[in-house]
Design a binder for this molecule. Structure first.
Ligand code: SF4
Length: 311
């Protein structure tokens, strides 16, 4: 489960991918759902049968109390094996904050050290029992900086470094385009980012540190789809069918007949399984039929009119 705890952040990276609607705002989300109460994270976790959570933002440590309380809630509800990791720049990762996170049961902390001085926080975290990693974007042409960071992490005993393909989003495109960073492939991958990662991965291929590369396509196609599939497999209603992409398909039927045996009624339309639509039409039980495909959090992907009486 993706825990977006708040969009507030003390830094302002030129490549920040966080959307306009979220960045800098104290808004919280469980996956794509707005959250009002910390218990909403528990409900969403059940809804997708999550085995763990990644707490992100903004910088989550700006809301340390909220984070610590949430980790406590998740661990007591789902047990100690429910894996929780957290992303932070390190700016607010004081010794006290790290001790509190450790006590709350946080399993892993991933630093995105946007300033060199934040590396001191990484060193502090290494003195706790939590797993410590770095997670940074591969900025095209910045092999030297990235290689230096990996070398530093290896020397200090950091467990892993995750290198993400630089993503071009609606919000950061205005900053990235003048620097010559354009989309190279897929939905958002910046040209040159993969090559920069590859050079660093090759340089450290023999080194004793775990290095991972995550492309924007992998994030979208594999991570997001896996999360959607998990959700629909657990929470799809009996009359809903789901696709390999993790979307939900149902039929909406307008009729004067009572179809409650087949599904649910909402706003004058019955939601029923697409597999019984033909039968309903044959029996004259439908006046109008739509096929609707939605993401597991309700956003419509498509809506097709398949039948209207008299047409
Ligand atoms: S630290 Fe993260 S959230 Fe904050 S500005 Fe940088 S990329 Fe955005």
């Amino acid at each position: 489960m993706v825990v977006f705890i708040s969009g507030e952040c003390g830094d302002s990276c030129f490549y920040c991918p966080v959307s306009e609607g979220r960045f800098g705002k104290d808004r919280a989300y469980a996956n794509e759902f707005p959250v009002k109460d910390l218990m909403d994270y528990v409900y969403e976790s059940y809804r997708m049968k999550a085995v763990g959570a990644g707490i992100t933002g903004g910088d989550p440590l700006l809301h340390l109390d909220r984070v610590v309380e949430l980790i406590g809630i998740l661990k007591s509800e789902f047990g100690r094996s429910y894996h929780v990791h957290l992303y932070t720049t390190g700016r607010y990762a004081t010794s006290d904050a790290l001790r509190e996170l450790e006590r709350s049961g946080l399993d892993e902390i991933r630093f995105h050290p946007v300033k060199e001085s934040y590396l001191e926080a990484v060193e502090r975290a290494l003195r706790t029992s939590m797993d410590v990693g770095l997670e940074v974007p591969a900025i095209p042409g910045k092999e030297e900086w990235l290689g230096g960071l990996v070398q530093w992490a290896k020397n200090k005993g950091v467990k892993f470094v995750n290198i993400n393909e630089l993503e071009i989003t609606e919000r950061n495109a205005g900053n990235l385009a003048p620097l010559g960073f354009n989309i190279s492939h897929g939905l958002a991958g910046a040209k040159g980012s993969f090559e920069t990662s590859l050079r660093v991965l090759q340089e450290f291929s023999e080194a004793e540190i775990s290095l991972h590369y995550c492309s924007s396509v992998y994030k979208d196609v594999v991570e997001t789809r896996t999360r959607f599939l998990r959700t629909v497999r657990t929470s799809a209603k009996p009359y809903e069918e789901y696709t390999g992409e993790g979307t939900v398909v149902r039929a909406l039927v307008r009729t004067k007949e009572d179809l409650l045996d087949y599904g649910e009624k909402r706003e004058e339309m019955y939601s029923v399984s697409p597999s019984i639509v033909e039968e309903l039409m044959k029996k004259g039980l439908a006046d109008e039929v739509w096929l609707v495909e939605e993401l597991p959090y309700g956003q419509k992907v498509s809506e097709t009119l398949v039948f209207r009486r008299g047409k």
